[in-house]
Design a protein around this ligand. Structure first.
Ligand code: F6P
Length: 532
């Protein structure tokens, strides 16, 4: 499938990215804008020929039709027989979208309205806990029911003017204990966020939180909210329907931040800012739907990804936000990308004959510079690095910090591309008085091979609207890559086996008895545990 592109890559050989800048328009031709966001991919080895071959992949994979299918509510998640309509959650104009012959938009907008009313009540102190106005909100959820709101709440902390938000996800008791330790149960609101309302981590933590609250609050359920598709299960838990915010199965967990799962974020930043966040995403949806492929940011971001992973064979992707408040973005994108495109079979259930989604990782700059950038600059693997940075920060009084942040971000992509040659390094050594064989050795350790690809996404300032656009951009990028790879980006069967085995192991561990049913390695580990 990628053979033509691979042979183009072979032909390119060791061509320097810098040589591509002989075309004086490259910086503008290999970058594009969507509203206020600029995506620059000029520091990659993509030239016009490869770009057009990459664009051809869209035709072959019937991208336009598949994009239309997704937005119109066709059941493109075939293994679960579901539509994929997270875009409906930000369809603020409410134009009709049919699922199974029914317009889903009235209910979507009604739920959004109910979330707004409830958020206002919590924020204004109309809704109270036993001890008065709510001071703290604890969102209990995991995966998509945690990463989205946790990432966005941190990203938008300059907009927080509601109660403090906390997030508990891990089954490790340390997480809930450390979170609840300093909270007052009488002024805490617990949000149980779970699409299925069966996830073991979330349900265990929810019961622990309930018991914690029950020690001082007579009716803990009155300070509980549920976000779920499973109304029967939320009722069985004891949460009254007026505090259950429902959504449908056509919202995938990792795509659910835009609806009820975003309630903690809405309470923190207020309905007005939450709406700006949705508007940002909606603007990106429109761009994705209407811009020509070559000027379409999610499309080009995806094609750059395909080029690096499937064609060049660079199998990891580093997200490097130069934005401390995007600290959780790499973790969020790990789920978005790896749960979506980490698949081994095609849509038709046959083994894929090419690599699927990349390993995604990252950490904010400048911290990462003092940790793993050594490998990115001088290691033996090439890591396509995706930088993100705001032109302006939220702290104008400390503008010099931001200038340094920007300088570091730009310097890193520059260093990756330019490198520093042996001869230039040797000259530096010679100027220091090093000579002979020592000089060669000295220089060799300090050479930067350069020619390492990176992209930069730059935006004016991290506002709710911009964050909405950025997240929608990555969602659509994952979609485009999935379409080209001919895989189902919307199921996640790979998480099931571990869950099943954990359920089987729990009683064995509880019983403290040896079990012959386990493999020898696991038996040995259990023996060690029993001995403690
Ligand atoms: O185990 C994976 C997963 O199903 C994710 O896809 C999902 O985001 C997460 O678990 C949480 O699921 P739920 O919202 O149903 O608790």
């Amino acid at each position: 499938m990628f053979e033509a592109l691979k042979s183009q890559f072979q032909k390119i050989g060791g061509r320097k990215i810098t040589s591509l800048f002989e075309d004086e328009n490259r910086a503008t031709e290999f970058s594009l804008r969507s509203g206020k966001i600029l995506f620059d991919y000029s520091k990659t080895n993509i030239d016009s020929a490869t770009q057009s071959a990459l664009l051809d992949l869209l035709e072959v994979s019937r991208f336009s039709q598949k994009r239309a299918d997704m937005f119109s509510g066709a059941k493109i998640n075939r293994t679960e027989d579901r539509a994929v309509l997270h875009t409906a959650l930000r369809n603020l104009d409410g134009h009709p979208i049919q699922v199974d012959g029914e317009d889903i938009m009235p209910e979507v907008l009604e739920t959004l309205g109910a979330m707004q009313t409830f958020s206002d009540a919590v924020r204004s102190g109309t809704y109270v806990g036993r001890g008065g106005a709510i001071t703290d909100v604890v969102n209990i959820g995991i995966g998509g029911s945690d990463l989205g709101p946790a990432m966005a709440a941190l990203a938008l902390s300059p907009y927080h003017d509601g109660p403090a938000c906390h997030f508990v996800s891990n089954i490790d008791a340390a997480h809930i204990v450390d979170t609840l330790r300093n909270l007052n149960p009488e002024t805490t609101l617990v949000i149980v966020a779970s699409k299925t309302f069966t996830t073991i981590e979330t349900m265990t933590n929810a019961i622990t939180a309930f018991d914690w609250m029950a020690k001082t609050v007579q009716d803990p359920a009155a300070q509980f909210v549920a976000l779920s598709t499973a109304a029967d299960k939320t009722a069985a838990f004891g949460i009254p329907s007026e505090r259950v915010f429902g959504f449908a199965d056509w919202v995938g967990g990792r795509y659910s931040l835009w609806g009820p799962i975003g309630l903690s974020l809405m309470i923190a930043i207020g309905p007005h800012n939450f709406e700006a966040f949705l508007r940002g995403a909606q603007t990106m949806d429109q761009h994705f739907l209407t811009a020509e492929p070559q000027h379409n940011m999610p499309v080009m971001l995806a094609l750059v990804g395909i080029w690096h992973n499937q064609v060049c064979g660079y199998h990891t992707r580093a997200f490097l936000p130069y934005d401390q408040r995007l600290t959780r973005l790499p973790a969020y994108l790990q789920q978005l990308e790896m749960e979506s495109n980490g698949k081994r079979v095609t849509m038709q259930g046959e083994d894929v004959s090419y690599g699927s989604g990349p390993v995604v990782w990252g950490e904010p700059g400048t911290n990462g510079q003092h940790a793993f950038y050594q490998l990115i600059h001088q290691g033996t693997q090439i890591v396509p690095s995706e930088f993100l940075v705001a032109a302006k920060g939220h702290e104008p009084d400390l503008g010099h910090h931001h200038t340094l942040l920007l300088a570091n971000c730009l310097a890193q992509s520059q260093a990756l591309m330019l490198g520093r040659s042996f001869s230039a390094t040797r000259e530096i050594g010679a100027a220091k008085g090093i000579s002979g064989a020592d000089l060669d050795k000295w220089a060799n350790h300090r050479v930067f091979p350069g020619n390492r690809p990176s992209t930069t996404l730059i935006y004016p300032k991290l506002t709710p609207e911009i964050l909405g656009k950025i997240i929608a951009l990555y969602e659509h990028r994952v979609f485009v890559e999935g379409v080209i790879l001919n895989i189902n980006s919307f199921d996640q069967w790979g998480v099931e086996l571990g869950k099943e085995l954990a359920s089987a192991l729990e009683p064995v561990l509880k019983s403290g008895k040896a079990s012959q049913d386990q493999d020898p390695s696991t038996r040995n580990l259990m023996k060690f545990i029993r001995g403690q």
